[in-house]
Design a binder for this molecule. Structure first.
Ligand code: AMP
Ligand code: MN
Ligand code: MN
Length: 315
């Protein structure tokens, strides 16, 4: 897809990413925001996202993010980023559907191509990588580069996961050439934790359980615990990845309570189990090694239901 060609006539352009925005989602939305401002100074560009943690406030355009999801009139073009299906756009979905033309850039295997024009690259590390390959160099500046770099850092676990390819490393090299403090982005947006975030991580590890002969590990934080530590879902980043480093574990499950008998489930796999398949069965989605869904029942019910599907793949 030729992005600038697709938006040539557009005067009003909307951008949105998925609900509970992560680093790749925020990075891709803000990179595209600045890129379009550079390439199309005559157009009005708006970015809609659910409230974004202040961890990303160093990125250009953070203050301009709109979480009200209000628009005076339909957009000429609306661009969905890092969202595998239109439901994942949350309150931005209506703005997306009402637009004159809909575009999508994504890297989710489960993406079925719900826009008018789609650029879906499951082999790409991140939506930021997909965007970079569609950007014209003359409109990339340091702000754009920084945002793309941030997204890649977050979706690759700091260049670590198997989704890192030779192309990704090449792109990272080019981005670093724009001269920002790359090490600072890694330490402050990825690794840094508040005191309570570390406490809740410790608690989740302490209460984790091993099952399926030690090939699965799971942990759950319930409402009571969230209230006790005064934490929200934003504070759970990294817990599921820490669970997965356990020797002998193939799959890690982390869940937190979102309602009475309702849990948000995050799964990670070392590669032998496709957790996207497991999540899809429960109406979620994601990638082979990182996926999520929302499930009903008690902690025990959820683990039992997930186990059945994980076991099928492990045996
Ligand atoms: P998480 O475990 O929330 O960090 O998500 C891991 C991956 O799965 C990300 O790529 C998410 O976009 C995707 N994902 C998480 N929850 C859902 C869901 N309910 N539906 C579809 N995809 C999801
Ligand atoms: Mn994402
Ligand atoms: Mn992503």
């Amino acid at each position: 897809m030729n992005l600038l060609e697709e938006i040539k006539e557009a005067k009003r352009i909307g951008i949105a990413g998925h609900v509970r925005p992560d680093g790749d989602c925020v990075g891709s939305c803000l990179a595209l925001y600045k890129y379009l401002q550079n390439a199309r100074p005559d157009a009005s560009i708006k970015v809609y996202l659910e409230p974004v943690t202040a961890v990303f406030s160093f990125l250009y355009g953070y203050e301009d993010l709109d979480s009200t999801f209000a628009a005076d009139e339909p957009f000429d073009v609306f661009i969905a980023l890092d969202a595998g299906d239109s439901e994942r756009l949350g309150d931005a979905r209506e703005l997306f559907l009402a637009a004159g033309k809909r575009l999508c850039f994504d890297h989710h295997l489960s993406n079925t191509g719900y826009a008018d024009k789609n650029e879906i690259k499951p082999e790409a590390s991140s939506t930021c990588e997909v965007l970079f390959t569609h950007f014209e160099k003359e409109y990339i500046d340091q702000d754009v580069a920084k945002a793309l770099y941030t997204g890649i850092v977050h979706d690759t676990g700091v260049f670590q996961y198997s989704c890192m390819s030779r192309e990704t490393f090449g792109i990272v090299g080019e981005l670093i050439g724009y001269g920002f403090d790359a090490a600072k982005i890694i330490s402050e947006s990825f690794y840094e934790k508040t005191y309570v975030q570390n406490q809740i991580l410790g608690r989740a590890l302490l209460e984790s359980i091993l099952f399926m002969d030690g090939r699965c590990i799971a942990s759950c934080i319930d409402r009571r615990m969230m209230d006790f530590y005064g934490v929200t879902s934003e504070d759970f980043d990294g817990i599921v990845n820490q669970l997965l480093v356990t020797k002998g574990c193939e799959v890690a499950i982390f869940m937190y309570q979102t309602g009475t008998l309702e849990f948000k489930v995050s799964m990670r796999s070392k590669g032998n189990v496709n957790v996207a398949e497991v999540a899809s069965y429960f109406k979620g989605g994601g990638h082979a090694r990182a996926a999520g869904c929302t499930m009903m029942g008690t902690y025990r019910d959820v683990i039992n239901n997930l186990s059945k599907h994980i076991e099928k793949q492990l045996s």
